[in-house]
Design a protein. Sequence first.
Length: 101
Amino acid sequence: MDTVVKEGWFKLSLPEQMVNIGNEVKRAVRFDKDNEKKRSFIEKALQYMELTMSDPKNNKVLPELRMGKEVLEDYIGNHYLNYTKEQIRDYYLSFVYMLKA
């Protein structure tokens, strides 16, 4: 991603970044039966996750972010982690509640 996008992303708080990732996940879940659309939305979520992981302020939560990335990759892959689409969606939904609190 270009520098302008990265700088803008880094201005967001971690919960705001996670909500943006979650928006892509929500779209992917909505189109779960359409593999092409689902993959497209998850790939966008993974790009956002990479930006979030590269944001220096998020260093303390890198293990959780790495796991989140693995779960998203698994969702469009082999499903060996056995997370449901609802569990994945609800994880990111929790950040919406955090922002509203």
